[in-house]
Design a protein around this ligand. Sequence first.
Ligand SMILES: *Cc1c(COP(=O)(O)O)cnc(C)c1O
Length: 369
Amino acid sequence: MTLNQTHLIVDLLDIKENAESLKVYTSGKLIAVVKADAYGHGVIPVANTLTSVVDMFAVATVEEAIELRQADISKPILILYTPMPEYAEDILLHDLTPAIDNWDLAIRLNDLSEKGDIITTQDGKIRVHVDVNTGMNRSGVCYTKAGELIERLRTLPNIEVEGIFTHFATAHEEDKSFAHVQLNRFHPLLTVKPRIPIVHTANSAATLEIPESRFNALRPGLSLYGIYPGQKRALPLHPALTWKTHVHWIDEIEAGEGVSYGLEYKAPHRIRIAGLRVGFGDGYPRALSGIGEVLIDGKRRSILGRICMDSMVVKLEESDYVRIGSEVVLLGKQGEEEISIEALAEKANTIPYEILTRIGKRVQRIYKP
Ligand SMILES: *Cc1c(COP(=O)(O)O)cnc(C)c1O
């Protein structure tokens, strides 16, 4: 039963169309970032939808990659952060493509493969992508040392350096100057011989706004889901997600009565209020206590007082046509109104990425078509 539950409606066709739109920016490959359960959208349905459109998937951990393999996703899967060497066997078994920023995993992969116990790829090679740190300073081999690492990796007979990449720290900002500093640090690595086949630096923001970052592969996440990382709207994208719940309680309270924990909100006069069955336990940001809005009957209605773990209270107006079971939209469109995730995140003093990845397990995902 969905009526009584807080649920997400995920439009898979929107995600497919967003991916197809993003392809105008490349004549090369599209690497779809589906880490963190496809940014909360549900990785298996999303990957099944995208598998015919994209060339490769990217995730953050080996476990996330294995989840895709177990769902019969056969496209190459890039692991964006160099796994611990202990993961070598899993990487071979599941034919995964790890990022590499140090020697330890590479030698372990090479040696395991040498033994010939686990044969995965047709040519017996393990493909890796070298993660280069050009100034984000959170992972990767330093750009001044990357050439040397590539040379060493190429001495390993079972390892193929298939890709090279870096990640931008400020591509989403208006000022692109540091992104260009990073590109300049990255450039010399593209002349190493023989050439590394796949070169990728562009996250969503760079894909949309920095043409020089596109090389022969793109690596977007957020924009696949129809969300813009920066202020610009370079391309029409469609947000794939609508977050809904329903009115589960309605009452009137007298002037001076308080609402929710701490009774922070006090009714200035007799008002009508509605209880919703969604709270921060579902991932709805508690920071929106007293300041957030939801859509009911096609209108914006204010959240009153503190958001609880499983519920919150909103103010109704006299004219509202509302009854128990009425649809409430937390994120997305209802009638003419829309609550965009960009606006919601800004109000909650965070970013869309955090809102999406915190939407809880108990929020049921419903997929269309
Ligand atoms: C998450 C991530 C991406 C995708 O970034 P978006 O801003 O969601 O497009 C790309 N590359 C790396 C290394 C990442 O960690």
